[in-house]
Ligand binder design. Structure first.
Ligand code: SAM
Ligand code: FES
Length: 453
């Protein structure tokens, strides 16, 4: 069986700095150009392009091999790609100047490369050197910090259509020497491109990090920059057992709140329609969205179920942001915002659905039980509670995102954590809910559901 006429493997192997490899020689743009050109020529159903690891010709990359005939290409650049696609893939004539036709030489080069690799691996093993992947994870903060600093400074907006280091430094009011160091580091990460001393945004940086772009994620990503400060206290938090930065959400600055809610909104807007459909609220007339944040979920529920009215309960600082989103969605007649404290207030009564999204991880176990008891009182008989959160497996070591998010709550709250399915089920049952179950959704969050008898 051959679902594709040709299968192209492009080596995109990354090796440690200074070791020759296809990634360092520009395989990613070749891969991108190949996928684009195959698509542009309408060949997706005939030519499968996949990336692969080292093929043993590391000093002559980027390398690719075309099967079933086994044609090996070396030193391919993005500029060669249209010719390869047209001449080889369409017309059956491989591009001779790039093809490795000396089979004996090819075998010898691959064998020599393999021997070098094995010798290097043995030497590292004998010396007890930390494996590269482990080392990369440990030093990962350097790349993260460089990008977050660039976002904090709004550097990608300053780079705009292209700027020298001195021009960027002047726009940012920063020192030229250090600005140039940061710009060079970002270019090494391929978020910027440096040509003759002028820096330009990469397509991804222009799209996601620069002001004026429709998909600018900077406001939301500033929340991650805020989290950085907290994570720096992790060691002290582990010693102390709880967050060491003492502040309540209501005491946070307006900037913090804007960035935090922007981050929530971005995640929620994409996910909310899926969650609204998964919950199913055809028969619900009134919904309470506890800690509803930007309003993204209430808006999605109201859009999905035209008979539904939703009340959002949130803090005074967040309410105007939610009202803004509701107004923009044209749903002021069916979605309202109430200012209150979910930790202590009575939540109302007669609701058919109480929804808690990304709330329970802020609270301690006792806080969640207390909240679930008040949700129970707020529901009409037969009404349902729906909790959306990062739900851990029973032994709490998976999923990885939820296990790491527990630390995010450790550094940011006094009692919060990620919780497991048995913990949620226990609190819901104790609060009087029945038919308690876990609904798994695609992605990093899941739902816990229960109903008031
Ligand atoms: C992680 S966000 C989740 C927002 C929204 N439910 C979502 O999933 O997108 C937590 C929300 O709870 C709100 N919140 C935190 N403490 C609160 C409190 N004591 N009373 C009311 N709302 C609170 C925050 O303002 C924020 O909007
Ligand atoms: S890294 Fe691509 S062939 Fe070795």
């Amino acid at each position: 069986m051959a679902p594709f006429r040709l299968h192209v493997f492009v080596c995109n192997q990354q090796k440690p700095d200074g070791v020759p490899c296809c990634a360092a020689r520009g395989s990613a743009p070749v891969l991108e150009a190949l996928r684009r050109e195959v698509g542009a020529q309408g060949l997706e159903d005939q030519v499968l392009v996949t990336e692969c690891g080292s093929m043993g010709l590391c000093e002559h990359g980027p390398n690719l091999v075309v099967y079933p005939e086994g044609t090996w290409y070396s030193g391919v650049s993005p500029a060669d790609v249209p010719e390869i696609v047209r001449s080889h893939f369409e017309e059956g004539r491989p591009v001779a100047r790039l093809v490795r036709s000396d089979e004996a030489g090819l075998r010898a080069e691959i064998a020599a490369n393999r021997e070098r690799m094995i010798a290097a691996r043995r030497a590292r093993e004998a010396a007890g050197v930390l494996p590269d992947d482990l080392n990369d994870r440990i030093r990962g903060f350097q790349e993260s910090r460089a990008i977050l600093t660039a976002l904090e400074l709004d550097l990608f907006t300053a780079v705009a259509e292209g700027a020298t280091a001195a021009e960027v430094a002047a726009k940012l009011g920063a020192a030229p020497r250090s600005t140039e160091m940061l710009l060079n580091a970002l270019a090494s990460l391929r978020l910027l491109v440096k040509r003759e001393g002028v820096f330009h945004n990469s397509p991804a940086a222009a799209r996601y990090f620069a002001a004026g772009s429709r998909d600018n994620a900077r406001p939301a990503l500033l929340h991650t920059a805020h989290l950085w400060q907290r994570w720096s206290t992790l060691t002290d938090c582990v010693r102390a057992g709880s967050a060491v930065a003492r502040e309540e959400p209501s005491a946070r600055s307006e900037d913090w709140t804007e960035a935090f809610i922007a981050a929530m909104h971005r995640n929620a807007s994409e996910r909310a329609p899926l969650v609204a459909r998964a919950v199913g609220a055809e028969n619900a007339g009134r919904m309470l969205d506890v800690g509803g944040g930007s309003g993204a979920y209430s808006i999605a529920f109201a859009r999905t179920y035209p008979a539904l009215r939703a009340d959002i309960l949130d803090l005074a600082g967040v309410a105007p942001i939610a009202r803004r989103h509701i107004r923009e969605a044209g749903l002021e007649d069916r979605v309202t915002v109430r200012i209150g404290d979910l930790r202590s207030d009575q939540l109302g009564e007669g609701y058919h659905l109480v929804f808690l999204s990304a709330i329970c991880h802020m609270l301690s176990p006792a806080g969640n039980l207390d909240l679930f008891l008040r949700c129970h009182q707020a529901l009409a008989p037969g009404g349902r509670i729906v909790v959306q959160d990062f739900i851990l497996e029973a032994d709490k070591t998976a999923p990885r995102f939820a296990a790491l998010f527990a630390l995010n709550m450790l550094v940011g709250t006094h009692g919060g954590s990620s919780y497991s399915e048995p913990e949620y089920a226990g609190w819901l049952s104790e609060a009087g809910f029945q038919d308690v179950r876990h609904a798994r959704l695609p992605g990093i969050t899941g739902l816990m559901l229960g109903s008031r008898p």
